[in-house]
Unconditional design. Structure first.
Lengths: 499, 119
């Protein structure tokens, strides 16, 4: 049974995702329980898989029984197990938010489960073309979800996301074509050996690297390829913003790490320093530019979106440095960022529904009116800045430690400065929440942002508050899981890392 | 020399031309439908690239009973069948979004839309 787990993680949500569409023939209210059941099973399987990988090491599965490397292989090591567990947990947790916050239709839950399918598939696959297919499944589901907002601006944002995202995925596919041309294989493990045999200096290999990594950085939304992201996050419904900000770029960054370590390997990065330094440079520019853009935003959701551009710069910098310490740091920050950013978007949804405030100035004095939401927001914001007991601190600490040990001083400076820059925009918000005179008073709302309530329900449910509080608690509690994660990563990844 | 390359590698030139035209339309055209057409042309360039990879001079169709090797590689064809399906789905979603945008704003022009959107 254990060796079947990776494929079940893809099969369960895709089958579960078809059910709400069929069930809508009977009732359009059946989506939520079906999604909850499917994701509960998915989470149990993912937890079991993570435990199995943590205790027994890497798990392989040959899809359809075709011999490796001719068939598709699914490979789950410490890194993929952690990502797939994150995907399950976040998707299940956010259902509690979606029940009240909507959108309420069976089609929404079908897309939701389809997105989980794509993300889980990207996390477990060991085949570069299979990764492309799951990348596009993820993309298609995400475009549909972004467009499920009530306002037509969500369709404009989704179309922009679709066009830019498709170019990114197509570039990745073109890179896969180059690799297929030189090696004749698509299996990641097989590719690593054959690329080494051909030689890292081969122009075809270099082109493939540039295209694949370039395509994935579009999906990760590194500066200057991030332009789709703020519109998509800010115009999507609150549930969707929280979901895709937590997972979509995260899993794309995981795919980038997978391509770096399992396909091209660290030897390639060492042999072709220009590839590594370009990536590190791009990451550093992203950190600085993302923060600078975040500081200048007036909408809180757009500010959080630009903050993601900056935080993913940190993660990619950690992966590109590629020492064990830096990679553990990047992984911790990748997972931590997902929980924190998802929680922050959930909190903005709570605050906007309760008070109508959606801008930095509108947040003034809201600490008293939305105590739980504002408290959750503040804890998550401080965790993101990297205040010590929180996960944000641990991730950054490891990445900086990795950079110091590798003696890459300019990167150390940018990493440390990034903390100050993050503080610059989050401190402003926390200060507004608690220490400023309100600009919006009870009974009046920001233009057009009236709380949406169906049939007299309160716009904010206990489930929604529980998600915000849960994310805030996790942002601190996850630190306890770091030693186990570090051990698993160091057991399953070492041959892939720079020693 | 150049003539030789032109005669033997014309497929690759077609790939480059398709990718270029597609990307240019996608970036430069103000009309949303034309952008989607550009996206399709761009993807077609990639499809042609894969199919060209599979070609082998004098190769037989990859059916074992048929005459024997050398065979053309069947793998890129299968990959591209999948990629075409992905491309069709993307086009369908894009056109659905465009229909919604048109019914809401009454325009397909990107510039006009930007003005409406940010007002």
């Amino acid at each position: 049974m254990i060796e079947q787990l990776p494929v079940l993680l893809v099969v369960v949500p895709i089958v579960g995702g078809a059910v709400p569409l069929v069930a809508s023939l009977v009732s359009n209210r059946s989506g939520w329980p079906i999604a909850a059941l499917t994701l509960a099973v998915h989470t149990a399987l993912a937890g079991w898989l993570a435990w199995a990988v943590g205790t027994g090491g890497t798990i392989d599965y040959a899809v359809g029984g075709f011999a490796i490397p001719y068939g598709i292989e699914l490979v789950v090591d410490g890194l993929s197990a952690a990502v797939v567990a994150l995907v399950s947990a976040v998707a299940l947790g956010l259902l509690a938010y979606a029940r009240r916050a909507g959108p309420r239709s069976n089609a929404f839950y079908s897309q939701y489960l389809l997105l989980v399918t794509g993300l889980s598939g990207m996390a477990v696959t060991g085949d570069v073309f299979n990764l492309y297919v799951f990348l596009e499944i993820t993309g298609l589901a995400a475009y549909g979800l972004v467009a499920s907002g009530r306002e037509a601006s969500s369709a404009v944002a989704a179309l922009k996301y679709l066009i830019i995202g498709t170019v990114g995925a197509s570039l990745y596919l073109l890179g896969v074509g180059y690799l297929l041309a030189v090696t004749g294989t698509l299996n990641m493990g097989d590719l690593a050996g054959k690329i080494a045999a051909i030689g890292y200096g081969s122009p075809l290999v270099l082109t493939a690297f540039a295209l694949m990594v370039g395509g994935l950085t579009v999906k990760v939304a590194l500066f200057p390829l991030h332009t789709w992201q703020p519109d998509a996050y800010a115009n999507a419904p609150d549930t969707v913003s929280a979901f895709i900000s937590a997972l979509v770029s995260t899993v794309a960054a995981y795919a980038l790490a997978r391509v770096l370590f399992s396909v091209f390997t660290v030897d390639f990065l060492t042999a072709v320093p220009v590839a590594r330094w370009t990536l590190v440079g791009l990451a550093c520019v992203s950190i600085v530019a993302g923060s600078a853009l975040a500081v200048s935003q007036s909408s809180v959701q757009r500010m959080l979106a630009y903050s993601s551009v900056s935080q993913f710069g940190l993660v990619v910098a950690g992966f590109a440095i590629a020492t064990p310490t830096a990679v553990v740091g990047a992984t911790v920050h990748l997972l931590g960022h997902a929980v924190m950013k998802g929680g922050l978007f959930a909190a903005t949804g709570v605050i906007e529904r309760e008070t109508g405030a959606s801008t930095v100035n509108g947040y003034a004095g809201m600490g008293g009116r939305v105590p739980v939401g504002a408290m959750g927001f503040s804890v998550l914001a401080l965790a993101m800045v990297g205040v010590p007991p929180a996960i944000g601190f641990v991730g950054k600490w490891y990445i900086v430690l990795g950079a110091v040990r590798a003696q890459i001083w300019p990167v150390v400076v940018v990493l440390l400065a990034s903390t100050l820059l993050t503080l610059a925009y989050f401190a402003k918000l926390v200060e507004r929440l608690y220490f400023a005179e309100p600009t919006i008073y009870e009974g009046e709302d920001d233009a057009g942002a009236a709380p949406v309530a169906d049939g007299g329900d309160s716009p904010v449910s206990t489930g929604m508050l529980a998600v915000v509080v849960g994310a805030a608690v996790l942002a601190v509690a996850l630190v306890a899981a770091v030693p186990a994660l570090e051990q698993t990563l160091l057991e399953t990844l070492p041959p892939l890392l720079d020693q | 020399m150049i003539l030789d390359l032109l005669q033997t590698h014309y497929n690759y030139y077609a790939v480059v031309v398709l990718l270029g035209i597609g990307l240019y339309m996608l970036v430069e055209s103000g009309n949303l439908v034309k952008k989607v057409i550009g996206m399709n042309i761009f993807q077609t360039g990639i499809f042609l690239f894969f199919i060209t990879l599979a070609f082998r001079a004098g190769g037989n169709p990859p059916v074992i009973e048929d005459g024997g090797g050398p065979y053309v590689s069947p793998l890129p064809h299968v990959l591209i069948l999948t990629a075409i399906v992905v491309g069709v789905s993307l086009t369908a979603v894009a056109l659905a979004l465009i229909i919604r945008i048109y019914s809401e704003y009454g325009t397909l022009d990107e510039e006009t839309l930007k003005q409406l959107y940010y007002d």
